[in-house]
Design a protein around this ligand. Structure first.
Ligand code: AMP
Ligand code: ZN
Length: 478
């Protein structure tokens, strides 16, 4: 086995924080541990690849934090009670659970196909009603609410700093009207609904704050603080959520606790189609199964989504999938070439004059520098293609010997857990590991400890580190 020396580098991960409009050095509140909340899907329909773009860079953010040695607890909510869901479920003559079930299922299936690692928890809004009610009561105690027609509203003028995230201007002198719908424009910043009074033919919960249902913004405040604490590190979503959703989450959470809610607000740009936001309401959407039935490998979709940094608009075309496919086959050929040469290595594998070591050192440095710069995935891929181009030249010139090829392979495998875009064997690795972990859990449940130990050993021998947490078993590559 070749040992390649990579000089240690002091480096900082910088992330663009919407709150300050600056790239800031990221440091978690608890050293070594990151608590991260990602706004998840509203399950009134099948998700489109615009939503997937947001989930894919969220996945890469989480993977990169882990790559840098941090433990990440990631929570992604599922909004399963909301205006559009209620309307559609009623039209279909179904209850919320029956109506949303197939969309929740297809959401998870699409994530898995795009190699998005599982979050630690996917709380559903309908399972957190008591926490939401408690939050409204807390806001009530602190004088931030009023009721009208049985609904409870948040009074924005009672909170200093309302508008700090979206920089929405509020005229302090005028009386605000209030708004009941979950989504509204910046121009109409005003008192928003926390708890909606029951209407005819709508699902409702009987609670101490009246019979009704939660507003959308309240759901995320309650679920995130319940699972991650009153102050946590990262909150993600696309830019459309900055106002009113995230502004109102801040108001509810900070209004209730008097503490800072989220330290880094990270927002990604949209996936567009013909320069327009891809959205369910415009109907200009593709779903993951649709892309698959058009004959595309979904790895090409993951690649295309990552080929542009998350804060840059991405105009989706099928050409971008074809380009991604070509890029992936170049990667694949290079991996095969590296593999072939390294496998031909005798035990005393020969090294060249250091040309490969230089390539490797530059590649890893450039990769990390790009990712540290607000997750510049385009730059990270650029570093990879420079390695491939220069590596191929060095192979052609016979300057890469078996021992060097092994070093190259090690370097490529080192970045693999972050972007997860390598074709071939690695493609099935995650699913395989998950299956082994499930088998181990089943063995433990059946108190067959010999078998569960054997499975653990097998995982360890594959370089997998297991962690048993109250929320289940998690794993990472050592
Ligand atoms: P929704 O299901 O509409 O609540 O959206 C789920 C996530 O996808 C949210 O973070 C949205 O901001 C995000 N999103 C919605 N449309 C797009 C788009 N066209 N491009 C990128 N992200 C999007
Ligand atoms: Zn949310």
């Amino acid at each position: 086995m070749t040992v390649v020396y990579y000089p240690p580098r002091m480096s900082d991960l910088k992330l663009f924080n919407t709150l300050t409009r600056e790239k800031e050095t990221f440091e978690p509140l608890i050293p070594g541990e990151v608590r991260m909340y990602s706004c998840g899907p509203t399950v009134y329909n099948h998700l489109h690849i615009g939503n997937m773009r947001t989930f894919v860079w969220g996945d890469v953010l989480r993977r990169y934090l882990e790559w840098r040695g941090l433990r990440v607890k990631q929570v992604m909510n599922v909004t399963d009670v909301e205006d559009k869901i209620i309307r559609n479920a009623a039209a279909a003559g179904q209850d919320l659970q029956t109506y949303t079930a197939p969309f929740i299922e297809s959401f998870h299936a699409s994530l898995a196909k795009l190699r998005v690692r599982k979050a630690d928890a996917y709380p559903r809004a309908t399972e957190y009603i008591p926490q939401m009610v408690a939050l409204v009561q807390q806001l009530n105690d602190r004088g931030h609410t009023y009721t009208a027609d049985g609904s409870t509203y948040f009074k924005v003028s009672t909170l200093d700093g309302y508008g700090k995230l979206s920089r929405v201007e509020i005229d302090e002198t005028s009386e605000y009207s209030r708004i009941e719908s979950d989504e509204y424009e910046k121009e109409s910043a005003r008192d928003f609904v926390l708890w909606k009074a029951k209407k005819d033919n709508e699902p409702a919960w009987m609670t101490p704050i009246g019979e009704g249902r939660p507003g959308w913004h309240l759901e995320c405040s309650a679920m995130s603080m319940d699972l991650l604490g009153e102050t946590f590190d990262i909150h993600t979503g696309a830019v459309d959520l900055i106002f009113p959703h995230h502004e109102n989450e801040i108001a509810q959470s900070e209004g209730a606790t008097g503490k800072p809610f989220v330290r880094y607000w990270i927002h990604g740009e949209h996936l567009n189609i013909d320069q327009q936001k891809m959205s369910k309401s415009l109907g200009n959407i593709y779903t993951v199964p649709e892309i698959e039935s058009m004959g595309y490998d979904l790895l090409a979709l993951r690649y295309a989504l990552l080929s542009v940094p998350y804060r840059t608009k991405l105009n989706f075309t099928t050409q971008s999938l074809d380009d991604a496919k070509n890029a992936l086959s170049r990667i694949e050929s290079f991996l095969l070439r590296v593999d072939e040469v390294s496998r031909s290595a005798p035990h005393d594998a020969k090294h060249s004059d250091g040309a490969a070591d230089q390539l490797i050192g530059k590649f890893l440095t450039d990769f990390e520098t790009a990712m540290d710069d607000d997750l510049n995935t385009a730059g990270a891929l650029g570093a990879l293609f420079t390695l491939i181009r220069e590596g191929n030249i060095a192979f052609d010139e016979g300057r890469i010997l078996a021992g060097d090829a092994e070093g190259l392979k090690t370097a490529l495998m080192k970045i693999d857990p972050v972007l997860d875009i390598f074709p071939m064997r690695e493609a099935n690795l995650d699913a395989e590991i998950d299956a082994l972990i499930e088998a181990r859990n089943a063995a433990r449940k059946a108190r067959n400890f010999a078998e569960s130990d054997r499975l653990r050993d097998e995982l360890v021998s594959r370089g997998i580190v297991l962690e048993d947490t109250p929320g289940g078993t998690r794993w990472r590559k050592a």
